[in-house]
Design a protein around this ligand. Structure first.
Ligand code: KIV
Ligand code: ZN
Length: 406
């Protein structure tokens, strides 16, 4: 048994881990594409898959091949061109699904079949009208079917977030024995609190005898806005794969946002782990996904929102202009953003006004700025944001009046 240090937790795992790399499993093209209005055709999916591979994701979930001939074709085309990323296809615990997924993925250099079934009592009773024992048997069976096509099989225990831990551990142990090499523990309904999700992962680490033969994966939904926190809690407790989407797209309130979890890991060195994502590509990829999926990004979205590096209140602007680190924990260029912005509103101060005027080429004294600030506030109270054009008008008017007064 080999021990792995993750944050403050010491885990015993048999799996050979060269280091503390966290695998990034991108599901923008599958869970993300399930969003109403975000459906993509094959050439759009191929274009994004190439961007995701360039971004450095380890696994691309390209689609759900049995769902439609169009999606089968998309997965197949992506499988043909990926050179570095593992290409993955989703299936239910249904033999036909798995066969169709395998056929679509066949051209790939490396492919993974992602199969599974609901394990919470809600799913077992309401969705399948079944029993825990029957679901366990079906879970084992689907992994065995998938193993006929590849030795890279990921099992998902849908609604694991609301599955009782003892039963979940039995299912996970059985599917690993059947050949699953990654075990996905989805918080499908986004219900868990971070400590609960973390404890669930720790429970599996400590109670599944063969857990060292598989990688534990986090797949968290954002129904309570906790997807990022839950994924990080999973990683802190032994998960080695994060399932996420660009811009946090996904069913209902979305999935874990890739840019957020990647940057949490990068900024918090004490987590003692890393991903292979090229952070400078994060904003460009976000813009591209937003454009192709016709899904705007909320301005206050972490890392990729248009306001993520904007400063608008006087107190913040003053501190930021003295030292950017006062109000910024990430350098915008490091994540491919356009740079920090000083936005002028009625809450802005004199230093921000002077800064923006100087960027337009106007050098005013402190007294000039005092006078101009009065005019600025009148404009700012009327307009939501004071633009460069307003500033030029203000400056020119002020200069003309100064000449007349001579
Ligand atoms: O949220 C979920 O449980 C899923 C599975 C199909 C992996 O997307
Ligand atoms: Zn999902």
């Amino acid at each position: 048994m080999e021990s792995i240090q993750i944050g403050s937790t010491l885990l015993s795992q048999q799996i050979s881990m060269p280091d503390n790399k966290i695998f990034v499993f991108d599901t923008t093209l599958r869970d993300g594409e399930q969003v109403p209005g975000c459906k993509l055709n094959t050439s759009e999916k191929v274009e994004l898959a190439l961007e995701l591979e360039e971004l450095g994701v380890d696994i691309i979930e390209a689609g759900f091949p049995v769902s439609s001939p169009g999606d089968f074709n998309s997965v197949q085309e992506i499988a043909k061109i990926m050179t570095k990323a593992v290409v993955c296809g989703l299936s239910r615990a249904v033999q036909k699904d798995i066969e169709v997924a395998a056929a679509a993925l066949k051209p790939a250099e490396r492919f993974r079949i992602h199969t599974g079934i609901g394990t919470s009592d809600f799913h077992i009773k309401s969705k399948f009208n079944s029993t825990r024992e029957d679901i366990l048997a079906r879970a084992v069976q689907c992994v065995k079917w998938a193993r006929n096509f590849t030795d890279d099989v990921e099992f998902y225990a849908e609604d694991a977030g609301r599955t009782e831990n003892e039963y979940l551990a039995r299912v996970i142990e059985a599917v690993i024995k059947a050949g699953a090499t990654t075990v996905n523990i989805p918080d499908t309904t986004g219900y868990c609190l971070p400590h609960q999700y973390g404890e669930k992962i720790a429970f599996l680490v400590n109670n599944v005898s063969n857990i060292g033969k598989a990688i534990i994966s986090c797949h968290c939904h954002n129904d309570l806005g906790l997807a990022t926190a839950n994924t990080i809690a999973g990683v802190m407790n032994g998960a080695r794969q994060m399932e996420c989407t660009i811009n946090g797209l996904g069913e209902r309130a979305g999935n874990t946002s890739l840019e957020e979890v990647v940057m949490v890991i990068r900024q918090h060195k004490e987590l003692n782990c890393y991903t292979d994502i090229k952070a400078q590509n994060l904003n460009p990829v976000s813009w591209q996904v937003s454009e192709i999926m016709r899904m705007p990004v909320q301005p206050n979205k972490a890392i990729v929102g248009s306001n993520a590096f904007s400063h608008s209140s006087g107190i913040h602007q003053d501190g930021f202009l003295k030292d950017a680190q006062t109000y910024e924990i990430i350098n915008p260029e490091d994540v491919g953003a356009e740079g920090s912005k000083i936005v002028l509103t009625a809450r802005s101060g004199r230093s921000a006004l002077a800064h923006r005027l100087s960027k337009l080429g106007y050098q005013f004294t402190r007294n000039d700025i005092d006078v101009l600030y009065g005019t600025f506030l009148k404009v700012a109270d009327v307009k939501k944001e004071v633009e460069d054009e307003d500033l030029r008008n203000m400056a020119m008017h002020y200069q003309q009046e100064a000449i007349v007064a001579l």
